[in-house]
Design a protein around this ligand. Structure first.
Ligand code: RP5
Length: 165
């Protein structure tokens, strides 16, 4: 199923830097494959704080149902968005050069009680899984998303052969 671009976005895919796109594109591509309308934006907690507040404040009113936020290093973007919006926020730790993304992971996952971020694995797998988790959440409300996710899972299962050689 391909993304219907005429629909308004249900999911916001945001990232702290253009350099995060190589990771976050895995979320965007999977959302497209599942037919989930989404938008992709660079929103830096540190370099564009006003953009962060504007995005977080307007997200629900613009019709977004969920945000996937990826950042690396001192990765404050997912947590700050979760603080501003009532929408569910899924956090993707982007692999950093110096600490391999362990810094990103810890700064996203260690939220204080009261403001949760659903944290995924470091890197491309985490980004892809964020899209699949978003689909599983949206599938409760949208039968077409449930069907697309079920098809994805079946195709994945069918592709796993029994022989290792
Ligand atoms: C973070 O700093 C971004 O999320 C990115 O992962 C990291 C490095 O950003 P650049 O220096 O590549 O723009 O804010």
């Amino acid at each position: 199923m391909s993304q219907d671009l005429s629909k308004s976005p249900m999911v916001g895919v945001v990232m702290g830097s253009k350099s995060d796109w190589e990771t976050m594109r895995h979320a965007s591509e999977l959302l497209t494959e599942l037919g989930i309308a989404h938008e992709s934006r660079v929103v830096s907690a540190h370099r564009t704080p006003d953009r962060l507040f504007e995005y977080g404040r307007e997200a629900e009113g613009r019709g977004l149902e969920l945000i996937i936020a990826g950042a690396g290093g001192a990765a404050h973007l997912p947590g700050m968005l979760a603080a501003i919006t009532i929408l569910p926020v899924l956090g993707v730790p982007v692999e950093s050069k110096t600490l391999k993304g362990v810094d990103s992971l810890l700064s996203i996952v260690q939220m204080p009680r009261g403001i949760p971020v659903g944290t995924l694995a470091i890197g491309a797998s985490g980004a892809a899984n964020a899209a699949l988790l978003a689909a599983a959440i949206l599938a409760r409300k949208y039968p077409a998303v449930r069907e697309a996710l079920a098809t994805f899972r079946k195709t994945q299962t069918d592709a796993v052969g029994e022989s290792p050689t």
